[in-house]
Design a protein around this ligand. Structure first.
Ligand code: KG4
Ligand code: ZN
Length: 341
């Protein structure tokens, strides 16, 4: 089989981004993402609105992906789609679309686990990008998940630890909401954090055994802190925004780095990859670069395009499964809870 003639159309619709991509072998030809703005005014993702927006976006987004790749749908080898985990209504839109198109075109259908895709996005071929070799540790940090995963092979993964409550992206977004910042607040906290003093306001770090995480206590302590300070000074947030954000970021990055250090100690593996929306964060990217110099780790940090939800990462899994002829039939259904293994 010649990789140059394998064209995969990939669809991602698990949360609030409608995305379609075309891959040729392990290279991205197009990766279109329509981010739904509607949720901003509600301060978080509204599932019903998300699925409606996916329905409106999916056809134009797929058209755009094919056009940008300069590929006719008749040239496609297979269709890959996100089966889960995610919001059921949102997943159903992508799943139904992919099933119908595969039936219409008479080409294979490939189901993809979204969390596995965040990890396997490191296998998209890019100029000057070295792919990880097995085994390696992956930390998936997103709006819905926080996991430390031992990656033994493409489809042989073991979750070593995960969040017992809020995901790290949720901690960012909820802290941002307390500060009056719009959704999703993670990138804004990151932006202001770079201008502030990370040691200005110390926040407690949770004590969680093993490689599991907990972020809900941090959110509560930030809430109480802000309530206390604004009682004394109503302008407290505006006057200290950079320092507050830097202090939140410092605490979160310390929590993540502590766990990854523990995972390295436990497994002896020093090859670390990150994935998911929070891997776009400047703090975690810098901390990992420092760890490379200090402890000789090898770190794999995705391009910004592949950090937040996108269909190219679904496409690379599609390509890897296509080579194994790992296809599904029309009886496949979406899976809101879908654990990687
Ligand atoms: O992977 P993703 O796009 O969607 C999920 O699968 O959840 O991750 C979205 C999350 C949001 O919580 C968003 O605030 C966070 O990633 N995020 C960031 C940054 N960019 C995105 N958090 C901190 N710093 C960033 N630069
Ligand atoms: Zn994601």
């Amino acid at each position: 089989m010649d990789n140059k003639t394998i064209y995969i159309l990939a669809i991602e619709s698990s949360c609030d981004d409608t995305s379609a991509a075309v891959l040729c072998g392990n290279r991205t030809l197009s990766n279109i993402v329509a981010t739904q703005k509607i949720h901003e005014e509600y301060g978080g993702v509204v599932p019903e609105l998300a699925s409606r927006a996916h329905q409106q976006n999916i056809v134009p987004v797929v058209h755009q992906a094919l056009a940008k790749a300069n590929i006719d749908k008749k040239q496609l080898s297979a269709i890959a789609f996100t089966r889960g985990p995610g919001l059921m209504g949102s997943l159903l839109v992508g799943t139904s679309f992919a099933k119908s198109l595969s039936l219409g075109l008479g080409i294979p259908l490939i189901e993809v686990n979204h969390m596995q895709a965040h990890i396997l996005s490191h296998f998209i071929e890019e100029e000057n990008y070295k792919m990880p070799s097995f085994p390696f540790l992956a930390m998936t940090i997103s709006g819905g998940h926080t996991q430390v995963v031992l990656v033994k092979d493409y489809f042989d993964m073991e979750i070593l630890g995960e969040s017992l409550d809020d995901a790290v992206g949720e901690a960012y977004d909820k802290s941002a909401k307390i500060l009056g910042l719009p959704y999703p607040g993670g990138p804004l906290v990151d932006k202001y954090a770079q201008l502030g003093n990370p040691k200005a306001f110390p926040f407690p770090k949770p004590k969680v055994d093993g490689l599991n995480f907990s972020f809900s206590g941090l959110k509560t302590s930030i809430l109480y802190f802000i309530q206390r300070e604004t009682k004394n000074n109503p302008n407290f947030i505006a006057e200290n925004l950079n320092d507050i954000c830097a202090s939140i970021q410092y605490t979160i990055i310390n929590i993540l780095m502590d766990k990854i250090k523990k995972a390295v100690k436990q497994t002896g593996i020093t090859h670390i990859a990150i994935g998911g929306g929070v891997s776009a964060n400047s703090g975690i990217r810098q901390a990992l670069k420092k760890a490379e110099e200090k402890w000789g780790w090898t770190t794999y940090i995705p391009k910004f395009e592949y950090c937040t939800d996108n269909a190219a990462m679904i496409g690379i899994v599609g390509y890897l499964k296509y080579k194994e002829m790992d296809f599904v039939d029309q009886s496949i259904t979406a899976k809101a809870r879908y654990v990687i293994e």
